[in-house]
Write a protein that binds this ligand. Structure first.
Ligand code: ZN
Length: 307
């Protein structure tokens, strides 16, 4: 039986000890509460793209701003790849990779992913965990806006009205997925990078709003649960989040009492077998917690490098 301490600030509810296994757990959350406007003002997409392009040019020795596809309405799908370009891998070694993304639901912008790389690469500032991760061959991909059409329109779905977080291939659920260019684009890109550069996606993290919690697989079923090392790897990050943010962690069923087929977490865990999360920020408040996210990632860099 799992217990947790949680302050669900997005709803102004504080729960001291809460049993996640109870079927009534979080019954007060509706689907709409969990997936609605973040209450954090969206910045123009062009501004975000301009800033990232500027960062890549200032950090040319370790950053590339790459187009991996085109959205339904023709917007560029962009990722910042950060890695030590002088790193030489030894044969047979898999380099650790991390994918951090936001706004796959266009109305759930938290203003975190579009600032994280600027925090890690601040001129004149040392970031030991970040530098050590890159020095060990680590690669970090930042996608500040996964769904640019939805983002620009302030809408959850893409320009075809598709929920992209239901469009990932989940073999265990028989879900073919990848009908949308936004999901196909990023997963093809990461798969191709993994093959060509001997990478293993050690962690994916998608930022959402507004539950205040860390969600890990599985979402496609209530019957299958993580076990053994796989569970331990997710709990390790869950504990870091719990300590830093006082947020609960668990499956979407644990936290919200529902399941969903076609989510990115299930895809990345099924494909790479390591760690996959959705970070649910707090409505109107998560953007004030940037420094906690920096600490979270520094800890994750260290734990991935150590194992
Ligand atoms: Zn969402």
């Amino acid at each position: 039986m799992k217990f947790l301490r949680s302050s669900l600030s997005s709803l102004g509810i504080t729960i001291s000890f809460f049993c996640l296994n109870s079927p009534m757990a979080f019954a007060q959350f509706s689907y709409e509460q969990a997936h609605s406007d973040s209450g954090i003002s969206r910045r123009p997409l062009a501004t975000i793209h301009q800033e990232f392009a500027g960062l890549a040019s200032a950090q040319g020795h370790r950053a590339d701003w790459i187009q991996y596809g085109t959205s339904v309405s023709g917007k560029r799908l962009m990722v910042l790849k950060v890695h030590d370009k002088n790193f030489r891998n030894s044969p047979g070694n898999l380099r650790p990779a991390i994918l951090i993304s936001e706004a796959i639901h266009g109305n759930e912008y938290l203003h975190i992913t579009d600032r994280l790389p600027f925090e890690f690469m601040k001129p004149g500032q040392q970031n030991p965990a970040f530098e050590a991760f890159l020095g060990a061959g680590g690669v970090i991909y930042f996608v500040p806006v996964m769904n640019p059409d939805g983002y620009s329109a302030g809408r959850r779905e893409n320009a075809r009205g598709a929920d992209l977080n239901r469009d990932f291939r989940i073999q265990a659920a028989g879900n073919q997925g990848f009908a949308q260019p936004e999901t196909r684009g990023i997963t093809d890109f990461i798969a191709s990078e993994s093959m060509s550069s001997d990478l293993l996606v050690e962690a994916s993290m998608e930022y959402h709003c507004c539950v205040g919690g860390l969600i890990h697989p599985w979402a496609y079923t209530r019957q299958q649960h993580l076990t053994g090392d796989q569970l331990a790897r997710h709990q390790e990050v869950g504990e870091i989040v719990s300590n830093l943010f006082s947020y609960p962690y668990g499956t979407v069923n644990d936290l919200l009492g529902y399941g969903a087929i076609g989510g990115s977490d299930d895809y990345y865990l099924e494909k790479y077998g390591r760690r996959a999360f959705s970070f649910e920020g707090a409505r109107g408040a998560e953007d004030k917690k940037l420094q906690q996210h920096v600490i979270l990632w520094n800890r994750v860099f260290d734990l991935i490098r150590a194992n």
